[in-house]
Design a protein around this ligand. Structure first.
Ligand code: IVH
Length: 674
């Protein structure tokens, strides 16, 4: 092999690296896209001819060939905290006061104000200068490993030249920041999705989070994600200030948003926040606020954190973006429970990075309260949630002949009578066989968090229900006997039907908790289903259990237990379970490894605030050791763990002579058994 090939490869890599840096980090490209692509192609060719020369940091290695099978959990060495929110001047003044009160009087406080990028947070680990792993935030303690997808982001260096920076020990460090999608790339992506008949993303944040979870890095790469880093952390190194940290990130070649400002007073901070809000619409990416951080790391340490948020930083959230548009029609949608929700059909209008043509009106009371009428010009708003809402009506623009909106008289889908339960605002369709309810239940059943039947989405369910292929959940598992009829349906074809039948078969291995959630029992969300199946061994045990036994489960309240009892008192539902069981769905809990410890079989009640762990963590550790957590104290309770400000449960424990543990004793008990 000639030395010159090696050299040529090295040269091309350095050139590409430099252009990536110019383009993505400095936003100042110096060559055309065409010439850039030529360099990459040349490098690819040389590497294909000389595969032994491929190194993991080569620009060609950004898009690996393998699909990611699953996203492994990664425990963050240092937790990824989240920020408390503030919304106005007073909130920020209060934050400043709290900071100053918690520091010695002599301390001067400086703040760094940064843009709050609206994307998905990520933590990337570098060892010996090489990108090793990247993870999402997850719950702050454990995230998901998304290394292959993060590597496709050209602004993320695969290798850092540590010789540039001798002052710090950077053998092993993490950089944290926000992955985002430019608004123009987001618009393009949605246009393509529309053409392909795919579901549109609501905003750039959702499309970023969705893209990070894709299994094929090739698709991720095509979607052009970007990143801004805001923190470098290392257990080996301490920095003086956030400003120093941002500058170091830039120096090492990471993209840092250049708009950050160092401020000497909260008044200055406020000015910067207002300025950021003003420039919000001129940026190529979405921001939803500003982040204010105490600049000095020493002061940050002194201030520390409470629960999951640092005391040294706060988010300043911008007001929701609003737009004016015309309300053309009010339609009524029937959900899976039969609840009827009014929807505003609008003249399409651009708002916060997406085009809005529908907004929720919540319920009829809300329409009456705001006197919303067809023909009105309305103000719509996109807040924290995805679905925009109608905030108010511009009365001065109301057409003369407008009529107040009337409540629906009958179900807009099946024309059945409606009823309105006491204490509820919604009207309900009384016919459980209403096709909209059937479709809603099926959509929920097949959805990702439930039976996860890939390919069985809204459109196909519509079609199958209308053509009477499915009415009940159990019909889904009988579709395999109708293969020849299904492939006759227009647009569907053999391949897609076979794929669908495959994913239906696969769904049979969903665990019991997902199956219970999929049944769509009122109030039984994914979390409740998990807690219930952790407690009971099988569906038969749940059916046989009394309301009290169910509501004794930690964090399961009486409305859930009542609803479960009601569901299983209906013979049709029992029949449904039998059919699903025959089809092979899982109705028993996975056999937990029987842990033998001093906690095995013991029942705990947690009360008051624990200072070193959350109740969820405490509960998880007890269950992991074979114990049970319930919500109320009875003579069957073995231990009551009493944190600060414990109330009536503690009194009850004392009156029943139940053993009470303080936090320290409880922690010791856990540690001795783990
Ligand atoms: S600092 C302890 N700085 O906002 C500090 N966060 O809850 C933690 N975010 O999802 C975050 N831009 O990823 C920080 N300049 C910025 C940010 C930022 C966006 C996100 C962050 C997290 C959320 C904070």
């Amino acid at each position: 092999m000639s030395v010159s090939v090696e050299k040529k490869i090295e040269e091309l890599r350095n050139q590409i690296l430099k252009h990536d840096y110019n383009y993505y980090v400095l936003a100042e490209p110096v060559i055309s896209d065409e010439n850039y692509d030529r360099l990459v192609k040349e490098l690819e060719k040389l590497e294909t001819e000389n595969p032994h020369l491929i190194t993991p940091d080569s620009p060609t290695q950004r898009v690996g060939k393998d699909l990611t099978k699953e996203f492994n959990p990664v425990k963050h060495k240092i937790p990824m905290l989240s920020l408390a929110n503030s919304y106005d001047e007073q909130d920020l003044i209060d934050f400043d006061r709290r900071v100053k009160e918690s520091l010695p009087e002599s301390e001067k406080v400086e703040y760094v104000v940064e843009l709050k990028i609206d994307g998905a947070s990520v933590s990337i680990n570098y060892v010996d200068g090489f990108l090793k792993t990247a993870a999402t935030r997850g719950d702050g303690t454990v995230g998901e490993e998304v290394t292959n997808n993060i590597k496709t982001i050209r602004a993320v260096p695969l290798k850092i030249d540590l010789s540039k920076e001798k002052k710090y020990n950077l053998k092993n460090f993490e950089v944290r920041g926000e992955v985002y999608m430019r608004i123009s790339d987001f618009d393009k992506l949605n246009e393509e999705r529309e053409v392909n008949g795919e579901k549109l993303f609501a905003n750039p944040r959702n499309s970023t989070a969705g893209t990070l979870k894709l299994q094929d890095p090739k698709i991720v790469s095509a979607r052009k994600l970007n990143v801004f880093l805001y923190s470098l952390i290392s257990v080996d190194e301490e920095f003086e200030s956030q400003e120093e940290n941002l500058k170091l990130l830039s120096k090492l070649g990471f993209t840092v948003n250049p708009k950050f400002k160092v401020c000497k007073s909260i008044e200055e901070v406020l000015k910067v926040c207002y300025k950021f809000e003003e420039i919000r619409d001129t940026l190529e990416y979405e921001i939803d606020g500003a982040v204010i951080k105490v600049n000095s790391m020493r002061q940050q340490k002194l201030l520390g954190s409470i629960a999951k948020s640092p005391r040294w930083a706060v988010a300043y959230k911008f007001k929701a973006k609003q737009a004016f548009t015309k309300l053309n029609e009010i339609t009524w949608q029937v959900g899976r429970t039969g609840a009827i929700t009014p929807v505003a059909e609008l003249d399409p209008v651009k708002l916060a990075g997406s085009t809005i043509s529908r907004a929720t009106l919540h319920n009829f009371d809300e329409i009456q309260r705001k006197d919303i009428r067809v023909g009105d010009t309305v103000v719509i708003e996109k807040g924290g949630d995805v679905i925009p809402k109608v905030v108010s009506v511009v009365l001065s623009e109301r057409p003369k002949k407008s009529q107040p909106t009337l409540p629906p008289e009958k179900c807009p889908v099946c024309s059945s009578k409606l009823f309105k339960p006491e204490n509820e605002v919604a009207f309900y369709c009384e016919n459980p066989e209403c096709s909209a309810q059937i479709k809603g239940r099926l959509i929920h059943f097949a959805s990702r968090g439930a039976m996860d039947i890939e390919g069985l989405g809204d459109a196909l369910i519509d079609l199958f229900v209308d053509k009477e292929f499915i009415t009940h959940f159990s019909d889904i598992y009988k579709l395999k006997d109708k293969r020849s009829d299904l492939i006759q349906i227009d647009r569907l074809g053999e391949k897609s039907i076979d794929n669908l039948l495959k994913s239906i078969e696969k769904s049979k291995s969903q665990p019991f908790s997902k199956v219970l959630f999929a049944l769509g029992i009122r109030y039984v969300g994914a979390g409740a289903a998990q807690k219930i199946t952790d407690h009971f061994n099988s569906i038969d045990d749940i059916i046989a259990a009394g309301e009290e036994e169910i509501s004794a489960i930690y964090e399961i309240g009486p409305s859930i237990s009542k609803s479960i009892k009601q569901f299983f008192s209906n013979k049709n539902n029992i029949k449904l379970i039998e059919e699903l069981r025959k089809s092979g769905l899982t109705f028993t809990s996975e056999k937990k490894e029987i842990v033998q410890s001093a906690l095995t079989g013991k029942t705990f009640v947690l009360t008051g605030t624990l200072s070193s762990l959350s109740r969820d963590e405490a509960g998880a550790r007890i269950t992991a050791l074979g114990g049970k957590v319930t919500s109320s104290v009875s003579k069957n309770t073995d231990f009551v763990v009493a944190g600060e400000k414990a109330g009536s449960k503690l009194t009850k424990a004392e009156s029943l002579n139940v053993m009470v543990l303080d936090e320290n004793t409880f922690l010791k008990m856990l540690e001795e058994n783990e």
